[in-house]
Design a protein around this ligand. Structure first.
Ligand SMILES: Nc1ncnc2c1ncn2[C@@H]1O[C@H](COP(=O)(O)OP(=O)(O)OP(=O)(O)O)[C@@H](O)[C@H]1O
Ligand SMILES: [Mg+2]
Length: 248
């Protein structure tokens, strides 16, 4: 579905990505982990076409070179086939949560009736009934974040990017969000790319890629990810290993 190689990106003199490569298949959930400042958000921005890398490529469906498209084509692709949950929700402040969730459906010219029914379903699934008609400034961070996830999934995109989508949520809300994203991969065949600091969230993904100083490394799961990623040899609070001890 999505395949990126050799991504490099600088912000002025700061190197955000040195050489990042990832692939994610339809129906697959990929978790991206790594310390603060290692380049995870930069990687998601390059993968989703929000930021053009200095070098490297991102291929969609094996043929569409995302960064060789015109600005218009790339915007169109992002609107129709991608969904993005930003690290800090980034809802449109003038719109209610319900209108924010509806936005990608309006932009994709979905009929009024289908829009209303899809939004009602998402509002209920993400537990937003009590705050759906309020603006982002008047709801909690967790409610805004759940609306941001609902918005990213509203138009059933082929690829959903989540930049710490469960970071601002309590356990129960986090489970609703994670469950919805995993279900979107399993049931709709979407590719899901999820940045997370949580080992427990990473352990639910099909594969895990760690980012260190702008470079990517795959962490394998052979018996189960929990065995190698959360294994007994890993000291509490330490970084995840570059590889597990069982097959790498
Ligand atoms: N707009 C920007 N201008 C200048 N430097 C930036 C900008 N955005 C990110 N950086 C720098 O690029 C590097 C990678 O940042 P990035 O946001 O990708 O990290 P991250 O892994 O997502 O961190 P966090 O876990 O804190 O969100 C950091 O050194 C950061 O300071
Ligand atoms: Mg980040």
């Amino acid at each position: 579905m999505l395949s990126a190689s050799g991504l490099a990106l600088r912000y002025g003199s700061t190197v955000a990505l040195r050489s990042a490569s990832v692939t994610v298949a339809p129906g697959e959930t990929l978790a991206i982990t790594g310390p603060s400042g290692s380049g995870k958000t930069s990687l998601l921005y390059c993968l989703s076409g929000l930021v053009v890398p200095d070098s490297g490529s991102v291929l969609l469906d094996g043929v569409i070179d995302v960064h060789r498209l015109t600005d218009w084509e790339r915007s169109d692709l992002r609107r129709s086939r991608f969904g993005f949950v930003f690290q800090f929700a980034e809802l449109v402040p003038e719109l209610t949560l319900r209108e924010n969730v509806e936005l990608p459906l309006s932009l994709n010219k979905v009929s009024h009736r289908s829009r209303k029914s899809r939004v009602a379903d998402l509002v209920s699934r993400f537990g937003l009934e009590d705050c759906a008609d309020r603006r982002p400034a008047t709801v909690s961070g967790g409610q805004a974040q759940r609306a941001a996830v609902a918005r990213a999934m509203a138009h059933r995109p082929a690829v959903v990017f989540g930049d710490e989508p469960t970071g601002a949520l309590d356990g129960e809300s986090g489970e609703v969000v994670l469950g919805a994203m995993l279900a979107h991969a399993e049931e709709d065949g979407a590719a899901v790319v999820l940045v997370t600091h949580s080992d427990l969230v990473a352990a639910r993904a099909d594969r895990v890629v760690a980012v260190r100083d702008g470079e990517t490394r795959s962490l394998c799961r052979c018996v189960s990810l929990a065995d190698c990623f959360l294994g007994p040899d890993r000291p509490a609070g330490s970084d995840p290993p570059a590889s597990c001890s069982c097959c790498c």
